[in-house]
Design a protein around this ligand. Structure first.
Ligand SMILES: Cc1cc2nc3c(=O)[nH]c(=O)nc-3n(C[C@H](O)[C@H](O)[C@H](O)COP(=O)(O)OP(=O)(O)OC[C@H]3O[C@@H](n4cnc5c(N)ncnc54)[C@H](O)[C@@H]3O)c2cc1C
Length: 387
């Protein structure tokens, strides 16, 4: 595994591990006030220098360029401690990366530093009631009027809806061109016409909801890139961040394995510890092996990203697909090893069982990752020659 890392990645891992130990594992965090907790986490992660890894150095970030390995290390360790801490960090990355990727100097200087410092929370608004996996079907319109655009439409499943100060919003400026007519806009939460429609409760704590744009007017200065660049910006963002979802899955799975190891060494049945039964040992061995394979795929994809390798898209999809599916199986086995205790509300494995599920859905479902992988296998550009 060390093959993928430089010394500063190792020191980042040590720092975030110590942070998680102090601020999450030993303190314990409540699920009662999800939004309040997410706000606190965003501020803490910004203050303690971890959100700096989502933006380039010239705009308050930690490095000259954003590195996928940093993001993966941070997400793995945060997810080990708390899925909400991971999601809070991930949203600062997802909501700011389109600006880092396609923003002009003035946009980056204005919007990135407050996100890096944890003073402003970020959101990425792509999904709509009729446009989930098929993002090019989005119906939100942005109509140009002089030096401004008026946005109209509904977005759902938007993480940080109602909490974010800065939204990156994808809307069509030319519906006839379908995907090529989509543009990206920075929309401040304070803009009249940006309305929180619903807070959606998920099976695991995560601030999310639906927002509406009701003739929400934004200046032309808030257009990211050129008209029609929106889909490229959205997919470019997801290409970088997809392997980090796999890293979060690795963090949850590592925690599940640790819980299973701990429990199987202490729980006694038939006069022995569970860990002494070969049936349990086989489960532990399978869990550890799948975890190791997932980690390798995730950090390989992150390493390819940081080296600018064109195989990134395919490898990143493989990493997300395998790691999230494997994490689901690992968490399920960890719960099984806990027996009845595993389904008692509030136990770590019960929480992990709820936390792990959405990773197979957001930022491209497992089925969509398979389509991406198959397309790249079948295309001349990135096909079998590179396997
Ligand atoms: C926790 C969480 C956080 C999220 N955060 C955000 C966010 O911040 N911003 C944002 O914009 N969105 C966000 N989303 C939305 C998420 O990206 C979508 O839910 C996801 O892309 C799937 O879209 P959908 O739910 O509409 O499902 P659909 O697209 O309706 O898919 C339903 C099912 O059909 C399958 N399917 C669809 N098309 C195909 C096909 N061609 N071949 C085979 N199977 C197919 C899917 O894989 C899935 O199993 C979030 C979702 C969750 C759960």
């Amino acid at each position: 595994m060390d093959f993928f890392f430089e010394p500063d990645h190792r020191s980042l891992r040590e720092r975030i591990r110590a942070w998680v130990e102090k601020n999450i594992l030993s303190e314990g965090r409540s699920e009662a006030d999800v939004e309040g907790e997410a706000r606190k986490l965003a501020a803490q992660l910004g203050r303690d220098g971890f959100t700096a890894y989502v933006a380039p150095e010239s705009f308050g970030g930690a490095r000259a360029k954003v590195q996928a390995r940093d993001l993966c290390i941070l997400r793995e360790e945060l997810a080990y401690g708390s899925a909400l801490a991971d999601a809070t960090f991930a949203m600062q990355a997802l909501g700011s990366y389109p600006i880092a990727l396609a923003g002009n100097e003035a946009q980056k200087a204005r919007y990135l530093p407050p996100i890096v410092r944890g003073e402003v929370m970020a959101a990425f608004a792509l999904t709509e009631p009729q446009a989930g996996s098929d993002v090019s079907a989005l119906e939100t319109r942005a109509v140009k009027r002089g030096e401004e655009y008026a946005l109209t439409g509904i977005k759902r499943f938007i993480s940080n809806a109602g909490l974010a100060g800065t939204y990156v919003v994808f809307a069509s400026t030319d519906p006839e061109k379908k995907g090529k007519g989509i543009s990206a806009f920075i929309v401040e939460a304070s803009r009249p016409g940006l309305v929180l429609k619903e807070k959606t409760r998920l099976i695991s704590p995560h601030p999310i909801g639906a927002i509406a744009f009701e003739e929400c007017v934004v200046p032309q200065a808030n257009l990211l890139g050129q008209e029609g660049d929106g889909l490229k910006i959205a997919l470019g963002t997801l290409d970088t961040l997809r392997c980090t979802v796999g890293a979060a899955a690795v963090g949850l799975a590592r925690r599940a394995l640790a819980e299973a190891l701990g429990y199987s060494r202490t729980r006694r049945q038939f006069g022995r510890e569970l860990a002494q039964f070969q049936g349990i040992q086989f489960k532990l061995a399978d869990m550890a092996t799948e975890l190791e394979a997932a980690r390798l795929l995730v950090y390989q994809a992150a390493w390819l990203h940081d080296g600018g390798d064109r195989r990134l898209k395919q490898k990143s999809s493989m990493a997300k697909l395998f790691a999230t599916e494997a994490a689901q199986r690992i968490v399920d086995q960890a719960l099984q090893i806990h027996g009845g205790i595993g389904v008692v509300e509030g136990t770590p494995v019960e929480r992990l069982y709820r936390d792990v599920r959405s990773l197979r859905i957001y930022e491209g479902t497992s089925e969509i990752q398979k389509l991406v992988i198959a397309r790249s296998l079948l295309s001349d550009a990135t096909g079998n020659r590179q396997q």
